[in-house]
Design a protein around this ligand. Structure first.
Ligand SMILES: [Zn+2]
Length: 377
């Protein structure tokens, strides 16, 4: 999920903490999704107990935010390594010809009321492949399955099967143009919701999120409110979610399960990052160790749930380290926010931020992303 700040001229909304889990900042809008809760640390910043680092379960629960979250938990088996983002050389991202750049912005139909209900938890009450439960509002979601490059009406057994709308097709075209194969093939479901029909106003701030739907972190759902913000905001949001996909999938995160007591690497919301993974290297190479230490202190002191004021104070203290206030909420969000700013060409400045951007630009598997982001210009 992604939270970002409202512009000062826009309506200010305090993002209510979603089921006590989503990190929330005042005057923010939230955009992405795998966030959930960061594993708690015990002792040193890089080592956490697996109990605390409930990763998938807690993240899923938190992202869904309500009891129904348990229904939506991972339930399918792991996919083979072939489905993982294992390649570190970036060759796959480089190989595919870049698509035509006529996919952005989205059509006006995307600003009209789509069909969906935004659950108070902050997550659409999707069921699709996530759950066999007939959750309230599930039949009002635009929920599509992704097969190869095609968007299909999800076979969820609901009363009506919805063929992809023009908006859905256009959004999917944009995603296909923007996301490299390594990220795109992780997507198995696309959910479109209309945040303006939120059942709780604060949930309007969630513009998009991703969430794994299998334990191997090889199949993911991307949910988007295509009417959110201006085209540039939505563009950054889609890139932000891509960053989560590229860094939290089964090729980047250890999925061996809760029997592993500690993380020898940097923990993520989905489990321990793998040695040499983008996230582990980013946190340990691009973050100022002192700032990282302070963030962990904040996290531990608040039992993993720093409130808005504490996060805002942290951001204020280290403002020059973050491309946005939301980036300061969590290293995972920082990576996504920084990658989105870098990819879309947003002007950034300051030594600490430029060091992070430089790290991303040097990663072979990410190096081609700015070319793809051109489709959003
Ligand atoms: Zn995020």
């Amino acid at each position: 999920m992604r939270i970002r700040w409202w512009l000062p001229v826009t309506a200010v909304t305090a993002l209510a903490a979603v089921a006590g889990a989503l990190l929330a900042l005042s005057v923010i809008r939230r955009v992405d999704g795998a966030d959930g809760v960061r594993p708690g640390s015990a002792g040193t910043p890089a080592v956490v107990t697996r109990d605390d680092a409930s990763g998938l379960d807690r993240s899923t629960s938190d992202a869904v935010g309500g009891p129904e979250g348990q229904e939506n938990g991972p339930q399918t088996g792991q996919r083979g390594s072939g489905d993982r983002l294992g390649a570190q050389d970036g060759s796959e991202n480089v190989a595919e010809p870049l698509p035509a750049s006529d996919v952005w912005p989205l059509p006006e139909s995307c600003r009209e009321a789509e069909i969906s209900v935004w659950a108070p938890s902050g997550t659409p009450r999707a069921r699709s492949a996530l759950s066999g439960e007939d959750l309230p509002g599930a039949d009002q979601l635009a929920d599509y399955q992704i097969e190869g490059d095609r968007l299909l009406a999800a076979d969820t057994g609901r009363r009506t099967s919805r063929e992809p709308t023009d908006c859905a097709e256009r959004l999917w075209s944009a995603i296909r143009a923007l996301y490299p194969p390594a990220g795109r093939r992780l997507l198995t479901h696309l959910v479109i919701y209309d945040g303006s029909r939120a059942q709780a106003s604060e949930d309007r701030d969630v513009a998009a999120f991703v969430r794994p739907i299998d334990e191997g972190l090889g199949e993911w759902l991307l949910a988007v409110d295509p009417a959110f913000g201006e085209p540039a905001d939505l563009a950054e949001t889609l890139v932000h979610e891509l960053a989560h996909l590229l860094t939290l999938n089964g090729g980047q995160v250890d999925t061996r399960g809760p029997d592993r007591p500690t993380c020898p690497t940097e923990p993520t919301s989905q489990g321990c990052s793998l040695p040499g993974s983008i996230y582990d290297d980013y946190v340990h190479q691009a973050w100022d160790p002192a700032v990282l230490r302070r963030w962990w202190e904040l996290y531990e002191r608040t039992d993993g749930e720093p409130d808005q004021e504490e996060l805002a104070a942290f951001h204020e203290e280290y403002r020059e380290h973050f491309v946005s206030p939301y980036a300061a909420s969590d290293p995972e969000e920082d990576l996504a926010e920084t990658l989105a700013a870098w990819c879309t060409g947003r002007r950034v400045s300051g030594e600490p931020i430029l060091a992070k951007v430089d790290f991303l630009a040097r990663r072979a598997e990410l190096a081609q992303l700015p070319q793809r982001c051109r489709v959003l210009h």
